[in-house]
Design a protein around this ligand. Sequence first.
Ligand SMILES: O=[N+]([O-])c1ccc(O[C@@H]2O[C@@H](CO)[C@H](O)[C@H]2O)cc1
Length: 500
Amino acid sequence: MTTITLHPDFRVAPVDRRVFGSFVEHLGRCVYTGVYEPGHETADEHGFRRDVADLTKELGVTMLRYPGGNFVSNYTWEDAVGPVEDRKPFLDLAWRTVEPNLVGTDEFLQYCEREGIEPMMAVNLGTRGIDAAIGLLEYCNGEAGTKWADMRIANGRVEPYGVKLWCLGNEMDGPWQIGHKDAHEYGKLAAATGRAMRQVDPSIELVACGSSSMMMDTFGEWERTVLSYCYDVVDHISMHAYYEEMDGDRGSFLASGTAMSTFIERVVASADAIGAQKRSDKRISISFDEWNVWYLFSRFEGETNLPVQRDAPRIIEDVYSALDAVVVGDLIISLLSHSDRVAVGCLAQLVNVIAPIMTEPDGPAWRQTTFHPFATAARLAQGDALQVKVDAATMATAKHGDVPTVTAAATVDPETGALALFVTNRTSEEQVVTLRHPGATARIDGGSAVLADHEGPREGKDAAESYGMVDALPATHEDGTITLRLAPESWTAFHGTLES
Ligand SMILES: O=[N+]([O-])c1ccc(O[C@@H]2O[C@@H](CO)[C@H](O)[C@H]2O)cc1
């Protein structure tokens, strides 16, 4: 028998709403013909597509990371500010694409402002360093009267943007990164850059690069070394993880959320070890600023040595299946369960590039399968994350050992008692779950689910949009006992109330 036990007093921490962030990189068609397409019939006066902005709103994205990704490690931000007609294209070496510099810092930050989304900026610690980083920070956040702030004002923007969240480079542990560094080189540079940036604006939050994935040979040692240099300077350490079904191993793929939890707990342990050694009361939190399903190893092959391309080429435009949506839901359960440490999350990326939203140039925009669990969780996960005790059978997986067949996360709004309960059923059988709530009153009012099926990726608008949330199997309330039913290979979001 599977049981889930909840109590409103057993709170983990408030959900940091920045966990429902996403990511806009100058890569492929994320920016050009993605968020930005001046000639498009829905484009606003700034050239941004309204259809994409509306879907982004529906997706519930709270925060956007920009401008990369691998792109940032060879980016000259100064080339993309000021009059557009004076901006020169440059060859981005990360994706070997000619970047026209039509969208730069001002366009992006003003887009975020108009859409009510918090920006997260990354500085280039690949080909550049402290000087470029403090210049960009002053450009964004400085008051009138100094060089870079005055340049912003001359470019038409008087008020500082007040960008709070800053990434100190991107994936600097990855040999593919332009200006890749070892942990000592990067740790020293991140600490020095972070210190200088705080002299410009002490109110910012800084993210040091963690490992590009748990599979990196340097994983663990990287975190330890980097944080030994910059523990006192930074607020967060980044995590990146992409999951995919490989060689038809459905079980391991469905267990991705457990793999993500293991990864989080290992990075937290690495960070806390440094804190303990320093006898520090400070706790470093996690900026999980790239996560998603990405068929990196099974489909990306052949795209690693790209010819130079221009005009927004189609790069890593993964098309998602229903199973991928269930896994995205399961990954969200992992993030929410770790709300005491995970402060930021970015579904990578927002449009066209491994994205929940797709577009055609001069054509429509639509939702991929993975859109639905994200949008549902972003809407319902309000207030505090709860400790959720799941008692379920385990299943054996090739990659992750024995994992629970059912996983869950829950949030409760302390003001209203509104409960959201997210549950994955990783098995191919329907599961019956008893929801226990000793000493508290609970009610489940309804729910919706994403179901995996055995169809392949849903290519194009019609196929993708024929998929959506379905009603959850109804919950029953009998003699104070709540019984939930979970469809086979599904992710369900229940809503109701929970009060002591
Ligand atoms: O595991 N890998 O081989 C691997 C390779 C590249 C990689 O790049 C990251 O993912 C890209 C797409 O979001 C971002 O630009 C970059 O930060 C992330 C992981």
